[in-house]
Each structure stands twice: as C-alpha cells, then as structure tokens.
Design a protein. Sequence first.
Length: 479
Amino acid sequence: MKHLLLITCYLLSISAFSQKAITKNKKSIVASVEKHKQEMISLSDEIWTLAETAFEENQSAKLLADYAEKQGFKVERSVAGMPTAFVATYGSGKPVISVLGEFDALPGISQTATPTKSPLNEGAAGHGCGHNLFGVGSLGAAIAVKELIASGKIKGTVKFFGTPSEEKYFGKIWMVKAGLWDDVDVNISWHPSAKTEADVQSSLALVDFKVEFFGQAAHAAMDPWNGRSASDALELYTTGINYYREHVEPTVRMHYHIQDGGQVVNVVPDYSKLWMRVRDTKRSGMMPVYERAMKMAEGAAIMANVDYKVSLISGIYEVLVNREGGAIMQSNLELLGPIKYTEEEVVFGRKIQEATGKEQVGMDSNINPLEETKENPGGGSTDVGDVSWNVANINLSVTTAPKDTPWHSWAVVACGGMSIGHKGMLYAAKAMAMTMTDLFEDPKLLENVKAEYKERKGDEVYEAIVPDGPPPIPGNTKK
Ligand SMILES: [Zn+2]
C-alpha cells in the first residue's frame, strides 16, 4: 500500500511536471542559442585549439570580448589589474544578473578530438577542464538574455564576467576584491562535467603558499662541511608534512610540488623551493592547518641550519551553496529534458571509457534530481567560491564527457573539441539563460535566492586570501 502511494505520488509529480509548459520567453532563449549555435561552436573550437594557460589567455579572452562587443555588449577590458579579465554589460537598472566564463587551459595535456590518447601538439596545453566550453556557453547564455532585454520582454542588466586563470592563482579573487559583483543581485555559473545536475554541493577551500630555503653552497665531496643544504631543509619539511597528515581531520588535504631541489649532484644546494597547498571543506578548518604548516618551515630550517621564507600565493573559499537557486535551475533542466546523443557519440564515449579503463557505459544524459547538500562534499576547489561569498550564486553541471571520465586529462580535452562537448555547452547556455529569465521575471524568486545567500553567509566577513599588491601576472611576478 505504501509502495502504491509512493508510485502514485511519483506519477502525479511527473504529470504535474510534464504539464509545465515552456514560456514564450524561454522559447526565445532556446531559439537564440540555436541561432548562435555555429558561431558558439567555432568560438569554442578556436579557444580549444589555442589552449592558453593561466594569465596567458590573451587571444582567448580577446575572442570572447570581441564577440560580446559585436553582440552589442559594452565591454570593459583589463579589469582588476589583469589583462585577460573583462566585463561585458548590456541593459540598465535592476535586477543585475551575471554569468561567469572561464577560458584557461591546463599545461601538458594536449590532445586531438579523438578517443585515444594522441596529442595535438606534444607537450602543449589542453582544455582538460573544458573551459573552452565554459566561457562560450556562458557568453551564449548572456547573449540570449540580452536579446530578451533588447526586445523589451524583460527589464534589467545582464553581465558576463570573463574570469581568467582559474587553474592557477585564481583570477576571480582579484575581481571580487575590485568590487565587480557589488551591484549584482544573482550570479550564475556552470561547469563541464560527466553528469547533468543543478549543483548544490560546496567545494573545498584552499590556500597556496611558497616555502623557500636558503643555505650555503659547497663542493659535495671536497668540503661538504662548509655547506648548509637547502634541499636537506626541503626534505625535512616534506617529511614533517607527511607525518602531520596523521593528525589532521579526514577532510583536510595537503599536497606539494617541489619546484627547485638544487641543480646538480656535486653541489650542496644553497636554494630550494616548493609550492604547498592545504585544503579543507571549510575555510575555518583550513586556516589552523595552514598556520601549522607554515610554522613547520621554521622547524625544518633550524634542523638544516638554513634560512627560510614562507610567502602566501593565494587562497580560495569553499562555495556557498544556494538551494533556492538550485531548485530554479533544476526546473529548467527538467523543462529542457536530457541531452540526446547520436550512436557515433555513444561509441566515442565508450572508446574513451575503454582507453581510460572504465566501464563502457557511454554517456550519462540523465538529469539528476536535486541532491541533499552534503556537509563534507569532497572533490576539488574553485574560485567561484569567492564570488559565492560576495553575491548569491547558482551552479550548474552539464555533461560534456562520458561517465567516469578522469578529469583534467586528455580524455576531457578530446570531448571538448567535438560534438559531445558542444552539445553540453549549448545545453548549459539554454539552462542558465532560462534560469536568469526566471529571476528577471519573478521578483519573489530573486528575493528568495538573495535571502538564502544572506542567511548562509550570516555574520562571516569575507577576507580575500591574497598578498597585498597586484595579481601575479607573468612579468609582474617577483621570485
Ligand atoms: Zn574547471
């Protein structure tokens, strides 16, 4: 009986949903994205081929900014001290709804749009996080909304934020510091993924810092007693960090990249350097671990009898979830229905899975139901977190790669340069623009999203985790 009741409820909810008609404005959104489809695909493929990495995304940023300008947006370039950061604005007055677009690639994972590992340019960068799709998909959403404003169907302002260097240094922190979201009511973002859902999970807070040791060089055999080894200190430091792992909360992650461990074997190294990263599910849990990990550099320096220096690089907040916004996004995903794939695309997906040792199940095009928000979600980190502590933020994940695809890998690059990625990008543009339309049309929905943001943020005062001074643009960077 209980089961029967549940099934009846389920069927009722399905039929209630299927009766929900797509509005005229949402039809216009879908038509707009379809109208710009070929241009969006070309733009995405160009950025995919360029594969420019953090703060080097000059041509990619220009392609997006130029296209926005051509579509009638007012574009402000080189904002917040970053040549590749920009804001494109259309419309006037309230509400102000914005969307984020990333476009940086990852070093060393160049790949052709084929389902087996085969670099496009050996050793070059590749879009292993799908940011070519991310930037263009978001701009497509902004353009669709702009067209509704232009035709007088909705009133307000739409903004597209071109946000550089997500993979390193986290460009959005400086944009937040410059107050770029101060007049924005709600921000929308998405990310390429192996699944489709309104994303109501947080991410990990993280902090990056540099540890350097300064010793005394000497001949490694003839007079090593004259040497004080910076690499001894580095080894003692990482040993300390690896012991420390046992005594942190299970939610903490620590990793390091040794950037300089000496140059040759017959010299006692007088300099060493590593890039250290600490993460936790909350910034509040991360900060004490960060303090302790910094202090350990002093201990290592004492043991090796060398000098040391610790310098903050940057750090980001965990994402502040917004379930009210997630529910609006979810309703639009259900209106759109799942992405449909051709047989060739499913075969492509299976080949990717075969090549990466995964079960060959093809694409996951289901629209996941809105999940419970987990206390400790795990996963990675994003500088969308910093935006989400400064304005109400709604997140979306859309399938752009087959199920279980290893992320930040050649497999993601492959899918981002062909129709599987393109379909996800166009879908994301529609879902985000439809959600933005809901917020423009219904002040109550907008207020609910903003109220949840205020409640979740509470009394916490946002403090950007960055050193004073300009962003670390190449050429600007001091050692
Ligand atoms: Zn990413």
